[in-house]
Design a protein around this ligand. Structure first.
Ligand code: LLP
Length: 410
C-alpha cells in the first residue's frame, strides 16, 4: 500500500474504490509484493539449491497458491485438506511437504497415497510408518532442536516443552527405529517458531540439523522451516534475509562438502511471503468518546483478524479516507461481543463515520484464521494482479451461516 496523488493505492488502484466496488470489510492482496518476496528469498539463497515450500496455512486462497507456484515455490501443508488444496491449485505431489501434528495414521496414509513428502514428528508415527512402508516410501523427520525462539510463547515451537517434532535428545532412539524398519530418510526438518529476527537462531538450528544429518546416509534435503520476521510496527526490524541467506548458505555449503553430497535446502516461509502483501479494509461504524478514550467501532473484529486478540499482535492502522488534517488518538475496536481491541491508542487523521481504515500486514494468518463467530459473515478477498482488481473470494451470505445446520423442526 502506497500513497500517490493524494490517495492510498495498490498498483495504482485506490483502496477506497475497492470498498465501493466490493464492500467492507475486505481483504486485499498485492500479487507484485508476493512475487517480489519470492524473488528476494531466491536472491538470498542464490548460491545453494533452494526449494521454497510456502506455508499454505498463512493464506490459502487457491489463487495465491497458483501465484506462488508460478513464481517457483512448492508448498508446505499441515492438514490433508491443505494437501488437497495445494494439489487443486496445481502443485505436483513431489512439490508438497506435508507436516502434520497429532493426526491419526490414516491421514498420513492418505497423504502417502497422494504422493507427497511426509514429515513425521513423533516416534510412534515413525514406527507406524516403518511397519506399513518400510523403505518403500521416502520420509522426512521433524526434529525439535530445543531452541527457544519466536515472537511470543504461542508461536515458539522449538523449545523443550513444545508438542512439535521429535526431541533432538531422542536422536539415538530415532536411529534405532530407522535401522529396525530400514527407513528411507530423505530429509530432516526443524522449525523453531515464527517472528524470528536473528540469523544466529537459524544458524543454531542449522548446526543441530547438520550434527543430526551426519547420522543419516541418504539424505536429499534439509528443511529449516519458516519463521522469518516481518516488520509489523513502525521502527520494527524485519529479518535481514540477505544476511541470513549469506550466513546459512555458507554453513550449508560447508556441511555439504563434509557430507560428501550436494543437498537441497528447504525453507517454509509464510509471513515473509504474504504478510505485507495484505491489508484488511474496514469501515468506521461509530466514533464513541468516553471519559477515558475515543473508540472507533469498525465493521470487522476478531472474527476476521484474530492476531491482536490471540497474540497481542501489533498491526499498523491508517485512515485511508483522509490524507490531510489534524491527527487524534483513537482506540480501534471490533464489532464482536468480546473485548476485541484491534489497535489501542493510535494516532490517525481525524476520523469520521464512514471512513475506511486499513489494517496493514494482514496477508498472513488473517483470512486463514477467520471464523463465523457471532454468526458474522467472512469477508471477500481481492487480489490486485497486473494492475487489475480481481475478486478471489465472494463475501459470505446468510445462507453460509445456515449451511450444514440441520433443522430438526422442533
Ligand atoms: N513451517 C512450520 C512447520 C510451521 O509450523 C510454520 C508456522 C511455518 C513453517 C511458517 O511460519 P512463518 O514463516 O509464517 O512464521 N498464526 C501465527 C503464526 C503461527 C505459525 C504456525 N506455524 C501468527 O499469526 O503469528
Amino acid at each position: 500500500m502506497q500513497i500517490k496523488d493524494n490517495f492510498y493505492h495498490i498498483q495504482g488502484i485506490p483502496l477506497t474504490s475497492l470498498v465501493e466496488e466490493f464492500g467492507s470489510p475486505l481483504y486485499v492482496y498485492d500479487a507484485d509484493k508476493i512475487v517480489s518476496q519470492v524473488n528476494l528469498l531466491k536472491q538470498a539463497f542464490a548460491t545453494v539449491d533452494l526449494r521454497i515450500k510456502y506455508a499454505t496455512k498463512a493464506l490459502s486462497n487457491i489463487n495465491i497458491l497458483k501465484l506462488l507456484r508460478k513464481a517457483g515455490t512448492g508448498a508446505d501443508a499441515v492438514s490433508i485438506e491443505e494437501v488437497l488444496l495445494c494439489l487443486h491449485a496445481g502443485f505436483e505431489p513431489k512439490e508438497i511437504m506435508y507436516t502434520p501434528n497429532s493426526v491419526g495414521f490414516e491421514e498420513i496414509q492418505q497423504a502417502v497415497d497422494l504422493g507427497v513428502m511426509i514429515n513425521i514428528d513423533s516416534i510412534p508415527m515413525l514406527e507406524h510408518f516403518g511397519t506399513y512402508y518400510g523403505n518403500q516410501v521416502p520420509v522426512c523427520i521433524r526434529l525439535n532442536p530445543h531452541i527457544l525462539a519466536g515472537g511470543n510463547a504461542k508461536i515458539s515451537v522449538g523449545h523443550i516443552d513444545s508438542k512439535f517434532g521429535i526431541s533432538i535428545l531422542q536422536l539415538k532412539h530415532i536411529l534405532k527405529v530407522v535401522e529396525a524398519y530400514d527407513l528411507n530418510v530423505a530429509g530432516l526438518h526443524v522449525h523453531t517458531g515464527s517472528d524470528i529476527l536473528d540469523a544466529e537462531v537459524f544458524l543454531k538450528g542449522a548446526e543441530i540439523l547438520f550434527d543430526a544429518a551426519r547420522e543419516f546416509k541418504d539424505l536429499q534435503f534439509l528443511d529449516f522451516g519458516g519463521g522469518f520476521k516481518v516488520a509489523y510496527k513502525p521502527g520494527d526490524i524485519a529479518t535481514d534475509i540477505l544476511d541470513v541467506g549469506t550466513k546459512v548458505s555458507k554453513a550449508f555449503q560447508e556441511f555439504c562438502e563434509t557430507y560428501g553430497r550436494q543437498l537441497e535446502i528447504w525453507f517454509e516461509p509464510g509471513k515473509f511471503l504474504v504478510s505485507e502483501s495484505g491489508v484488511l479494509l474496514t469501515k468506521v461504524n461509530l466514533i464513541k468518546s468516553t471519559p477515558a478514550s475515543t473508540f472507533i467501532g469498525v465493521d470487522t473484529g476478531l472474527n476476521h483478524l484474530i492476531r491482536p486478540m490471540m497474540y497481542d499482535a501489533y498491526h499498523s492502522v491508517v485512515n485511508i479516507s483522509r490524507l490531510e488534517g489534524p491527527e487524534r488518538v483513537y482506540t480501534i475496536v471490533g464489532y464482536i461481543c468480546e473485548t476485541d481491541t484491534i489497535a489501542a491508542d493510535r494516532k490517525l487523521k481525524e476520523v469520521q463515520e464512514g471512513d475506511i481504515i486499513a489494517i496493514k500486514n494482514a496477508g498472513a494468518y488473517g483470512f486463514s484464521m477467520a471464523s463465523n463467530y457471532n454468526s458474522r459473515l467472512k469477508p471477500a478477498e481481492v487480489l490486485i494482479i497486473d494492475g487489475k482488481a480481481k475478486l478471489i473470494r465472494a463475501r459470505e451470505t446468510f445462507d453460509d451461516i445456515l449451511r450444514h445446520q440441520i433443522d430438526l423442526g422442533i
